[in-house]
Design a protein around this ligand. Structure first.
Ligand code: HEM
Length: 239
């Protein structure tokens, strides 16, 4: 039972935090939002064609084809980059503790004795301008192949899920959840920061999360419609 409670506690606020952060960042960066949406639309179109070929039927049924976890494996690289960049800039778990099981010898002759608890500031590592090129910029592409120049020389400084034997077991699930939710939002809506809303701040608690993300959503009716529905809409407009 304690393991179940641990998993629920560790997996709830972290997941909602990263989803809210992704929506916030995509609202702030319309060009990234458009790129992520184009990727999702292309995925839906390719799945629809595949299904049509398999079933030989007419699938002109609007957005009946729902994206699920099975669609996400490697299929949305840019949106995966948005996920990784969101947890780089706003790490939901800002740091972890470790108790040393042996003396730790640091450069400069400093020794931290065995038994001491040391804090690893994960969030500080992933925002350190001396380690990351353009550390303050939202650049989902830095996590895609061919953009290694935007990553730190030592990749070990990026550990949003911790490391070693106690590393987060929910890493894969967290990414899948976030991709499914945000892909569906992108498919259905265009969104932007709500005019006049106060700036978003990150609550500094055990889990870092935005205090609020206030957005306006516009439904994408035309894009969501299949050919039959589009025809109906056109007929209604003519009448
Ligand atoms: C973006 C989302 C998430 C982030 C950033 C995150 C991050 C972390 C970090 C940094 C740790 C500490 C690892 C360490 O000490 O080395 C951890 C532990 C843990 N996480 Fe996550 N996590 C996320 C989502 C989830 C989800 C979805 C679940 C489960 C459904 C989960 C379950 C756990 C559990 C059970 C532990 C404790 C592992 C242990 O102590 O052995 N996490 N997580």
């Amino acid at each position: 039972m304690p393991q179940v409670m641990n998993t629920l506690a560790a997996g709830t606020d972290t997941s909602s935090s990263v989803i809210a952060t992704m929506l916030h960042l995509l609202a702030q960066h319309p060009e990234a939002q458009a790129q992520a949406r184009a990727e999702v639309d292309a995925l839906v179109a390719s799945r629809r064609t595949q299904q049509q070929q398999q079933e030989g039927g007419d699938l002109s049924t609007g957005d009946a084809l729902q994206l699920g976890p099975e669609d996400m494996r490697g299929a949305l690289p840019y949106l995966s980059g948005v996920f990784t960049e969101a947890i780089r800039m706003h790490a939901p778990v800002p740091g972890i503790n470790r108790q040393l099981d042996r003396d730790l010898h640091l450069a400069g002759g400093v020794t931290v004795p065995r038994g001491q608890v040391v804090y690893c500031p994960l969030k500080a590592f992933s925002n350190d301008a001396s380690l990351w090129p353009q550390a303050g910029s939202f650049l989902p592409e830095r996590h895609l192949p061919g953009h290694e120049h935007l990553l730190p020389a030592d990749r070990a400084v990026f550990m949003p899920f911790g490391g070693g034997a106690r590393m987060c077991p929910g890493q894969r699930l967290a990414q899948l959840q976030a991709l499914v939710v945000v892909a569906r939002v992108l498919r259905a809506f265009e969104f932007a920061p709500a005019p006049g809303a106060p700036p978003t701040r990150w609550i500094k608690a055990l889990v870092h999360a935005p205090d609020h993300v206030t957005l306006t959503f516009e439904r994408r009716r035309r894009m969501m419609s299949g050919p039959d529905e589009k025809q109906q809409q056109q007929q209604q407009q003519q009448e």
